[in-house]
Design a protein around this ligand. Structure first.
Ligand SMILES: Nc1ncnc2c1ncn2[C@@H]1O[C@H](COP(=O)(O)OP(=O)(O)OP(=O)(O)O)[C@@H](O)[C@H]1O
Length: 484
């Protein structure tokens, strides 16, 4: 593997070593003539170390012997030696360069080979891994196959046992088959005998059936004749129906035409109807406007009406004179005069002449002849103002038997003519709420009380214990709610 130049170099050194001994022998002797210096050219092949050694020797020798001619020879020799060393050095440098280049080339080659080897090694390792995996897989499969084999062995033993059992069964079945076959053969013989009997029976039946068939054919012929006549009748009927259908079809055509004309009429009517509806809508709009105006006028009217009630006076006192009851004498009357504007003159015969007449002034005085309706008509406007949100109180005052119940309730509830103020007022309020139901919704509550000996009693309560009010009535107890 060493370069050739280096090997030659060693040879030269060895070879040079022999000559070096000879040359040093001459130089050491000190009689190296100048004529022999050219022989030193033969030292070209001597090693650099031996040449340096020679130089050292020459120098030592010249120092020891102090010969005058030595320096020239030494100089000549040294020059020669230096030239040789230089040549050698340059040669060696070239050799080194060459070797270096050679080494580099080889190194690249080696590196390339190394890479190839590495690739091969990597491939070999991967292959090895794959093989290892395959080996592992094969081992696993082997284990499975072994287990399967064990199971199959067990299965084989079981199948063998089963086979023995089956053989046993087969032999038993064979025996049974023998027995069954014998029974079957006997049965066949029996059946053959039966079949023979049935055959003879069937032959008899066939003869009978043939007779029946002959009869049937006769009947079929008769039926055919009958069918032919019927067919003719049906054909006649078909013709009739066809005529009828044609007639119906014509009627249907007429009906369709009629339907078309009706459709046209309906469309016309729809158009007229739409126009009329439009007109009607416009009229309704007018009516709505009129109704709105009507409401405004009604509100104004009501306002004026309540103002009139206010002007008549918030507190009004009416006097009703009860007629004499049966058995009472008409001569006992103390009523002297009843005026149209509420004047009442009462006489008291027990007083002196001046004080015997007393004048009372009321809003109105009802005579004994006044009816229930006349009394109510004067209170009606006040009652109606309740529906506009005014508080109204009507109460009767008087001594026992003076006619309070008669005036407020009436003597006979079943007769509307006899109804008192209460019934008439409620009747009027319900009637008005019905009339105004499109504009207002009223909720009406009723309470009737009696004040007797400064004790308030609920006249509508059916429970006796709750009849007496514990306290004085508040105005809110009489409220009538209105909603718009
Ligand atoms: N205007 C009238 N016309 C005819 N009969 C009358 C009239 N007013 C009262 N009466 C009769 O007078 C009687 C007494 O009347 P009523 O019972 O109404 O009196 P009252 O004031 O309620 O008595 P009390 O305070 O005791 O309850 C009754 O029989 C009633 O029918």
């Amino acid at each position: 593997m060493h370069p050739d130049g280096q090997l030659n170099g060693f040879n030269n050194v060895n070879g040079g070593g022999v000559k070096h001994a000879e040359i040093t022998g001459h130089i050491l002797e000190g009689d190296l003539p100048a004529a022999r210096v050219p022989e030193l050219h033969n030292l070209e092949n001597a090693s650099s170390q031996s040449l340096f050694h020679i130089v050292h020797k020459i120098l030592d020798d010249s120092i020891e012997n102090r010969k005058e001619d030595v320096p020239d020879r030494v100089a000549c020799l040294l020059k020669k030696l230096v030239q040789m060393i230089e040549q050698r050095c340059s040669k060696q440098a070239e050799d080194f360069k060459k070797q270096n280049n050679l080494y580099k080339t080889r190194e690249e080659k080696y590196q390339f080979k190394m890479r190839v080897f590495k690739t091969l090694v990597t491939g070999a390792m991967e292959e090895n891994e794959v093989l290892m995996n395959q080996l592992h897989h094969i081992k696993t499969e082997k284990t499975m196959v072994e287990e399967k084999k064990k199971l199959e062995d067990v299965e084989l033993i079981r199948l063998r046992k089963e086979n023995n059992d089956r053989n046993l069964e087969i032999s038993q079945l064979k025996q049974e088959f023998e027995v069954t076959r014998d029974a079957y053969e006997n049965r066949c013989i029996q059946l053959e005998t039966d079949a023979m009997e049935i055959k003879s029976e069937l032959e008899n039946k066939i003869i009978n059936l043939e007779n029946l068939l002959t009869d049937s054919r006769k009947k079929v012929k008769e039926l055919e004749k009958f069918t032919e006549s019927k067919f003719q009748r049906w054909k006649k009927k078909e013709r009739c129906y066809k005529n009828f259908m044609d007639f119906q079809y014509g009627s249907l055509k007429e009906l369709r035409m009629g339907s078309e004309s009706i459709k046209q009429e309906v469309l016309m009517t729809q158009q007229i109807y739409a126009e009329e509806i439009n007109e009607f809508g416009m009229k309704i709009q007018g009516l709505v406007d009129a109704a709105q105006n009507y409401h405004a006028v009604l509100t104004e009217n009501r306002k004026l009406y309540n103002e009139v009630q206010d002007l008549k006076g918030n507190i009004r006192v009416y006097c009703r004179i009860r007629p004499f009851l049966k058995g009472q004498s008409q001569r006992q009357t103390t009523i002297e005069y009843i005026g149209d504007n509420g004047e009442l003159v009462v006489t008291n015969p027990s007083q002196k002449a001046k004080e015997s007449h007393r004048l009372f002034k009321f809003n109105k005085v009802f005579s004994p002849a006044a009816t229930q309706e006349e009394v109510f008509i004067d209170t009606q406007p006040l009652i109606r103002s309740v529906l506009d949100g005014y508080n109204v109180c009507i109460f009767a005052y008087g001594q026992t038997g003076s006619g309070k119940t008669y005036t407020m309730t009436g003597p006979n509830v079943s007769s509307p003519e006899d109804w008192g103020v209460n019934y008439r007022a409620l009747n009027d309020l319900f009637h008005l709420s019905q009339v105004r139901r499109n504009s207002f919704e009223y909720e009406i509550g009723v309470q009737m009380v009696e004040i007797y000996n400064e004790q308030v009693r609920d006249l509508l309560s059916s429970n006796i214990t709750q009849k007496r009010y514990p306290s004085i009535l508040t105005s809110s107890s009489f409220d009538t709610h209105t909603y718009t």
